[in-house]
Design a protein around this ligand. Structure first.
Ligand code: ZN
Length: 105
């Protein structure tokens, strides 16, 4: 009786440990995923900053915006600097068109 009790407690512990290990590996996987995401965001942030600084520098603002748009970001005021999901954006296109006309006089 008492040895049965110990056995069942022991196997409960083994199961609990196995579950804990499973959770830990899930958590570690999540940590790795978040770390990769953080790195990607940092890189994107850096890229955006570079482009924004270049655009603010004045000269060639239209070209910078166009490049920014072609890199896959919105340049239109309602969605500025958001990722475009690969689709063309009518707001961006008309915004760029206006800017283009201005920059050519
Ligand atoms: Zn847009």
């Amino acid at each position: 009786m008492s040895s049965n009790f110990v056995d069942s407690q022991g196997s409960t512990l083994v199961v609990a440990l196995a579950e804990l290990e499973g959770h830990l590996s899930e958590v570690l996987k999540e940590v790795r995923r978040l770390r990769a995401l953080a790195r990607a965001l940092e890189e994107e942030n850096q890229r955006l900053r570079t482009i924004m600084f270049a655009a603010q520098a004045g000269e060639g603002g239209y070209q910078q915006l166009l490049r920014f748009y072609e890199e896959g970001f919105h340049v239109c005021p309602p969605h500025f600097a958001r990722v475009r999901d690969g689709d063309g954006c009518l707001f961006c296109q008309s915004f760029l068109e206006k800017k283009g006309l201005q920059s050519h006089g």
